[in-house]
Design a protein around this ligand. Structure first.
Ligand SMILES: CC(C)(COP(=O)(O)OP(=O)(O)OC[C@H]1O[C@@H](n2cnc3c(N)ncnc32)[C@H](O)[C@@H]1OP(=O)(O)O)[C@@H](O)C(=O)NCCC(=O)NCCS
Length: 136
């Protein structure tokens, strides 16, 4: 379910299943359940001492607008490994309204942050694989 959602997300399009398995294994993961059914997911990449990066936050479409994401974020921030950190970072295109009540804000000095961003990384790999498979 996590892979099915993430591979169509705007931030991890075409992410291979193996990469999702590996990132789950190496992250602090959180899930939301409605009865037996998983309806939400989020993960934190962290050293559990100074820094954390909140990633892959989602709630399945039929369950949105009922406070599920807000509950996940509050549980994440209350987790024992999230205490006393110097910085918690996240990136979002449009869900700022979810995070600002928890104290997240745009960086005061965005020019102090640098990134290597390869948004096409999985799509290129997927295209190359398809090409390879269709080659004679
Ligand atoms: C963003 C997402 C996780 C929110 O989940 P949700 O369970 O519907 O959110 P909640 O019901 O807990 O909303 C809590 C608050 O956040 C706000 N919020 C939720 N999604 C928002 C969005 N996209 N933009 C702005 N505010 C948003 C809500 O308005 C609500 O505040 P309110 O009660 O004052 O109105 C969900 O819409 C989703 O999975 N979207 C697709 C994936 C995505 O964009 N993930 C975010 C990547 S950072």
């Amino acid at each position: 379910m996590i892979h099915r959602f993430l591979r169509t997300s705007y931030w991890a399009q075409d992410i291979p299943r193996g990469v999702v398995v590996k990132c789950i294994r190496n992250s602090l993961c959180f899930a939301a359940f409605y009865g037996q059914k998983q309806i939400g997911f989020a993960r934190v990449i962290t050293d559990r001492a100074t820094f954390a990066y909140l990633a892959d936050v989602f709630v399945l479409p039929g369950h949105r607008g009922r406070g599920v994401a807000r509950l996940m974020i509050s549980k994440i921030l209350a987790h024992r490994d999230m205490q006393g950190l110097r910085r918690i970072l996240l990136a979002t295109k449009d869900a700022h309204g979810l995070y600002t009540p928890f104290g997240f804000m745009p960086p005061i000095h965005p020019e102090h942050f640098l990134t290597i961003a390869l948004p096409e990384v999985y799509r290129k790999k997927a295209r190359a694989k398809t090409k390879q498979q269709s080659a004679p």
